[in-house]
Design a protein around this ligand. Sequence first.
Ligand SMILES: *Cc1c(COP(=O)(O)O)cnc(C)c1O
Length: 513
Amino acid sequence: MGSLPENFDSSVMDAPHPLDPEDFRKQAHIMVDFIADYYQDVEKLPVRSEVEPGYLRHRLPDSAPYNPEPLENILEDVKSHIVPGITHWMSPNYFAYFPSSGSTAGFLGEMLSTGFNVVGFNWLSSPAATELESIVIDWIGKMLCLPKSFLFSGGGGGVLQGTTCEAILCTLAAARDRKLKKIGGDKIGQLVVYASDQTHCALQKAAQIAGIRPENFRAVPTTKSCNFGLSPAALRRAMEEDVAAGLVPLYACATIGTTSSTAVDPLEGLGRVTRDFGVWLHVDAAYAGSACICPEFRHFLDGVELADSYSMNAHKWFFTNLDCCCLWVKNPDALVQSLSTNPEYLRNKATESKMVVDYKDWQIALSRRFRALKLWMVLRSYGVSNLRNFLRSHVRMAKQFEGLVNADPRFEIVVPRTFAMVCFRLAPPTGSRWETDNGEELNKALLEAVNSTGLAYMTHAVVGGVYMIRFAAGGTLTEERHISAAWRLLQEQADALLGTCETKEVQALWEGW
Ligand SMILES: *Cc1c(COP(=O)(O)O)cnc(C)c1O
C-alpha cells in the first residue's frame, strides 16, 4: 500500500470507465437489490449501533486503494464493516428522536435527481429544477391551507432548503437586514431574538451566526400548565422589557410540535404580539407540520397568517428521503435582498428580465440539488389521500401505545400526546430509592436496558424537570406488531429493574397489582 505498484500502466489500462451506461445499469441493479434486501431484513438488525468509537479505523486500510476494486467486494465490506456501525433509522423498531421517513417514491426521486446531477443555482442552470420546485412548494402550501400570501400565486413564495437550521438562518438574516435598513446598520447589538425554552437549538445557532449578541437571545420559560407552549403574555412582557431597556425586538420563532414533547405554541396569540412589535415571526413545524395536511390537525396552524415565514421538514414525517426542508415566506424580496449576489459569471438574460426565480438568492449556498423531484414523486405516487392515511396510521399506532402505557399502573404519561409521539416514564415507586432523583436514574436505566437489547430504540428528553422517554411512532416500515413488541420489551425490562428494588413495601405494592 502507498507506493506505486510495478504494473502501474496496465492498471490504468484496465480502469473502469467512470460512467459507462451499460456498466451503470448492471451495477445499479445490484445496488437496488442490495437495498431491497436491506429493507427486507432491517428489522432483524440491532436498531442502535453498538460499536465503540473509532471502530472503523481498525477495520479499514489506512490509505485509499491504488487499483480499482469490484462492486461485489465493496458491498461485502459494507455488510461486514459499515452495517454494524449503522443505527438503523429505517428499522420498524426505531422510535428515537423523530422518524426519518423515507419511502419508495422518495428514494426514486432522489435517484433521479442524482442521475441528472444538475446544479440548479439559478433558473438558467436548469429551468425545470427551479420551476418544479416553485410548483411543488405551492402544491404543498395548498395542501396545508397556508394563506395565499405564502404562495407564489399570492405574492409570496417557497424554497426547498436542506434543513430547518438553514431555513431559520436565512429568514433570520432577512429579518435582520430589513430591520437594520430601517434603524441603521450600526444597531445590530440592540437586536433581540425570542423563543421558548422548548425551541430547537437551530434558532440559537442561527442567532450566533447572524451576529445577534448572546445576551440578546430570549428563551422564554414555559410551564406544564400551558403544556410547554410559549405564552403570548410572557412574550409580550419580554418584548416590553426589552423596548424599555432600549433594545429592538427582531425575530420570534414559534414551534408546532417541539422536539422534546411536541408542544404547540399558540400562533394566533403570538402573532398578535409580534405584529404589535414589528417582529418577524417564523413558524418552525419541522416535525408536526406534515400532520397539518389532515383536516383534523389543521387547526394547529390557525394564526399562521400572522407569520412571516413557515417551515417544515419533508424528510421527517413526509415520506421524503433526507434532505428536504420546505420554507415559505410572505416577502421573498426580504430573503433575496439579504442573500443575493450578482457576479459577472452568473449574469444572464433570464435573471435580468426579472421573470424568473434564482434560488441561489433564497439560500446560503450557491450550488443546489434538484430536491423538488423527490417531493413531486412522493406527492404523485401517493396522492394527498394516501399521505393522510400514512400519517393517520402513525397517529393511531401512537394512540395504541399510549393506551398500553395507561393500562399499566407502574407507568405514566408525562405530557399529553398530540401527534405520533408518546412521552412517558416509569413512575418511581413510593418509598423506593428511585424517588430521590424523581425517577431519573430509574428511567435512564430502563431506557438503556431497552436500547441495549437492540430490539428497539427510543430516546429521552427532560421537560419541566422530569426525565422521560420519548416514543416516536412514524417509521415507514413500522406496523402494529412492532408497537406491541416494543411495549412488551419495556414491560419486561421494567419487571427486571423493579425486581431489584429492595424496599419491602414496594415489593408488596407490586404484588398487589
Ligand atoms: C428536527 C427539528 C429541527 C432541526 O431540523 P434540521 O432539519 O435537522 O435542521 C428544528 N426544529 C424542530 C422543531 C425539529 O423537530
